[in-house]
Design a protein around this ligand. Structure first.
Ligand SMILES: *Cc1c(COP(=O)(O)O)cnc(C)c1O
Length: 404
C-alpha cells in the first residue's frame, strides 16, 4: 500500500507492510499473505561488485547483513511507520525499555537536561536516575498536569521533554498539545511513550510530538509472548535515532518481528473490545462502596479526563482504582483473593496488553508532584474474556473483604 493512500485504520492494519517483493514473486508463481520469517546473519552476494554496491540503509531496502534486518523486520517497521501519521521511519528494539534508552541516548549528550513527567514508567525513571545521570545528563521531573506551564521549566540546557499519557500506575492524562507547543517554541524535542493508547487512539506525532515510543510488548504484540519496542519519529530526531540504533547494534529477531506483525493485524478490533470490556468492569467498580477513586481516563475522577475526551479516540483496557481506606496490606489481601491462587480469571503479573486479564497492587513513586489517594491502589488490565466472568471474580474478592 502506498504511503499516500489514506484509508481507514483497520484497512491500513490489514494491508500495511505486505509488499509483493517481500511476500513472493512472479518467479515462484505468486505470493503468500504474510511476509515470511527470514532468519539471517550472513547475506550472500553474487559478485564483489554487488557486495560493494549494497547499502544497508537504502530505499528500497536491500539485504546487507542480518543485523540490518530482513523483509520480516522491514515489514514491521514499515507498518508501524504507516500507522503513525507524520513519522518518517521506525526503529525496532528488543524491548520497550531498550526503545526508551535508545531514544534518550540518541538525542541527549553530557551537559544536557531532560524534562521528565513524574508519572513515568518506573524503569524509565531508573534509566534517568542511573545510566543518564552517570553520563552527565540531568533529569528534572515535572507534574503530569503541568500543561503549557512546562515553558517556565525549559532552561538553557533543556534538550528534550518526555511525556507519558496517561501516566503509568496513576493515569493522569497530559495536555500533550500544550506541552509540545511550548517545547517547539523553545527548540526542544518532544518525546512520548504512547504504549497505553497506541497511535490508533492517540496519534502522538499529530499531537505535536517529534518522537513516539511504543512498548510493542503490550498491545502491538497483544499475546504476552514477545518482548519488543519501537520508536517512530520525524526530522532531525528521526535521523539521530536511526543512526544511533545502527551504531549501537540494535536488532530484533525475525521470529519476534513476525509475531508482532501478526499481532498488529488485529490491533483495531482488540482495542475496541479491551475498551468496551474495561468500561463495563470500571462502571461496575465505580458503583461499589469499597472503591474510592477510579483512575480511568474515561471517568471524571481521573486527572486530565477532559483532555482525554478532547484528544483521544478511545480508551484501552488498562486502568486503576483505589480501595477506599485500605492499607497496602489490606489491598494485597484483596488482590490475593481476586487472583485466588491462579484459579481466577485475573493473573497476577507485570506487563499488560495481552488477551488475558491481569491485576497488580501498585505503589507509585513521585518526586516532583504530591498525590494523595483515599486508599491503596490496584491496577487492572481487562483482557478479552467475557466481562461478566471478570465481574464475578471481582465480586467474589469483595465478598471476603471488609471495608476498612
Ligand atoms: C511495559 C512498558 C514499557 C517497557 O516495555 P518492555 O517491553 O517491558 O521493556 C515502557 N513504557 C511503558 C508505559 C510500559 O508500560
Amino acid at each position: 500500500m502506498s504511503k499516500s493512500t489514506r484509508v481507514g485504520d483497520d484497512t491500513r492494519l490489514v494491508a500495511t507492510g505486505r509488499r509483493r517483493e517481500w511476500t513472493g514473486s512472479a518467479a515462484i508463481g505468486g505470493g503468500v499473505v504474510n511476509v515470511p520469517v527470514w532468519r539471517a546473519s550472513t547475506v550472500l552476494f553474487d559478485s564483489v561488485a554487488d557486495m560493494r554496491g549494497a547499502r544497508p540503509h537504502g530505499n528500497p531496502e536491500q539485504l546487507y547483513y542480518g543485523r540490518h534486518g530482513t523483509p520480516t523486520q522491514w515489514a514491521l517497521a514499515e507498518a508501524l511507520t504507516e500507522i503513525e501519521p507524520g513519522a518518517e521511519g521506525t526503529a525496532l528494539y528488543p524491548s520497550g525499555v531498550a526503545a526508551v534508552a535508545g531514544t534518550l541516548l540518541a538525542l541527549l549528550s553530557p551537559g544536557d537536561e531532560l524534562l521528565m513527567v513524574d508519572s513515568v514508567y518506573g524503569p524509565t525513571r531508573s534509566l534517568c536516575d542511573g545510566l543518564l545521570k552517570r553520563m552527565g545528563i540531568a533529569t528534572r521531573y515535572y507534574d503530569p498536569t503541568i500543561g503549557g506551564g512546562i515553558a517556565a521549566m525549559i532552561g538553557e540546557h533543556s534538550r528534550a521533554v518526555f511525556c507519558e499519557s496517561p501516566g503509568s500506575l496513576t493515569f493522569e492524562v497530559q495536555d500533550v498539545p500544550a506541552i509540545t507547543a511550548a517545547a517547539r517554541a523553545a527548540g526542544v524535542t518532544s518525546i512520548i511513550d504512547n504504549s497505553w493508547a497506541t497511535p490508533l487512539l492517540f496519534p502522538g506525532l499529530a499531537h505535536g510530538c517529534d518522537v513516539s515510543i511504543l512498548a510493542c510488548t503490550k498491545y502491538i504484540v497483544g499475546h504476552s509472548d514477545v518482548m519488543l519496542g519501537s520508536v517512530s519519529a520525524r526530522g532531525q530526531a528521526w535521523r539521530r535515532i536511526a543512526a544511533h540504533a545502527a551504531q549501537a547494534g540494535q536488532h530484533v529477531g525475525p521470529d519476534d518481528a513476525y509475531l508482532a506483525l501478526r499481532g498488529l493485524r488485529t490491533l483495531g478490533v482488540r482495542l475496541r473490545q479491551h475498551e468496551a470490556s474495561a468500561l463495563e468492569v470500571a462502571r461496575w467498580l465505580d458503583a461499589r462502596d469499597e472503591v474510592g477513586t477510579l483512575l480511568h481516563p474515561a471517568f471524571a475522577s481521573c486527572p486530565g479526563h477532559a483532555i482525554w475526551a478532547r484528544d483521544f479516540d478511545g480508551a484501552s483496557g488498562l486502568f486503576g482504582f483505589t480501595l477506599r481506606g485500605a492499607s497496602a496490606a489490606e489491598r494485597d489481601g484483596w488482590v490475593d483473593a481476586l487472583v485466588d491462587k491462579g484459579a481466577g480469571h485475573f493473573g497476577l503479573g507485570y506487563s499488560w496488553g495481552g488477551y488475558e486479564s491481569l491485576a497488580i497492587p501498585v505503589d507509585p513513586v513521585r518526586t516532583a508532584s504530591e498525590r494523595r489517594y483515599d486508599g491503596a491502589l490496584v491496577r487492572l488490565h481487562i483482557g478479552l474474556e467475557d466481562p461478566a466472568d471478570l465481574i464475578a471474580d471481582l465480586a467474589r474478592a469483595f465478598d471476603t473483604y471488609t471495608v476498612a
